[in-house]
Design a protein around this ligand. Sequence first.
Ligand code: RM4
Ligand code: MN
Length: 389
Amino acid sequence: MPDFRAAALEALATQTIELPSWAFGNSGTRFKVFGQPGVARDPFEKLEDAAQVHAHTGVAPRVSLHIPWDLVDDYGDLAASARDLGVSIGAINSNLFQDDEYKLGSLTHADPAVRRRAIDHHAQCIEVMRRTGSTDLKIWLPDGTNYPGQDDLRERQERLADSLRQIYAMLDPGHRILLEYKFFEPYFYAMDIPDWGTSLVHCLELGDQATVVLDTGHHAPGTNIEFIVMQLLRLGRLGAFDFNSRNYADDDLIVGSADPFQLFRIMDEIVAQGAHLPASGVTFMLDQCHNLEKKIPGQIRSVMNVQEATAKALLVDREALRAAQRAGEVLDAHSVLMDAFSTDVRPLLAELREQQGLDADPYAAYARSGHQQRIERERVGGRQAGWGA
Ligand code: RM4
Ligand code: MN
């Protein structure tokens, strides 16, 4: 029997997971945001907290920013402070959902002046990329309509295609657009990029520097997400994941909490196509908000959950799987997957961390570090993500 453990350890040592800056600010539901003592008050403090997640897990060296939530005077300073903390800046997320002018659309708006404003915002984001060394411009388009007949669906697609072309033309070589989709919310009749097909069609029109972002919370209940993963990988257009977990809507909960088996099935498709390796260009990001739980340990838990799902996928006996599939042995093939899923990979991950000079239990190591007590003591006045710094 081949030594899957050794190969898994080697692959796991190359995995990285990107953290969202907004996970470290106060955020909640539209009903209530429960403030937390010690929460980061500005982008510099968000980086400090993200660096804690990296320090204890060893696999989270990048932080995505959200503009304008993470506006600072000098992005060179922010990038330098990231470097000092042992992390770097990941994707730059644009924001098209908090401006009165965007009520009827941003990149799809009927008024060219509003579209211009939305396009120019991306010029600003690309400038942030240049100053921080980021290579990814992540666009989640919140545009859509609430009522049949409200606007011409096809015209909205044409306006979108034109706006995206103008944004794409501003990219530097080596930059990517990561184009996200979401089937509902904030509009409820027709979102303008509701699904992976629409996102993919726009990416294909744009060119090689445009890829799809798959946010695991952005599908109708029951959607087979791993199928989408397989197809996008097959076409070379899976740019990134926004990992989170959902029970009913876009819940943004800790990844793998609602359905660890789904996370495993996704990672299985990833590993089957070698997309867990850095050379694949697939970025594994978290897109989560922590309302009840503490934010830094919340992110640590998510990182560990992604690692566990990856480890299990790496333990799948692919030869046995293929043999069973070829022989039409339905239950044998299924059993190969279930055997891997049922394996307790925590000792394997403990070994990985020890190899890297880390505590086997990042969660406990953070609790012991004193960081939480320090920020609760020192930081006063944290605000909701999206409302000021
Ligand atoms: C959106 C989408 C984006 C994220 C924002 C905060 O629903 O998932 O990725 O940047 O929320
Ligand atoms: Mn997302």
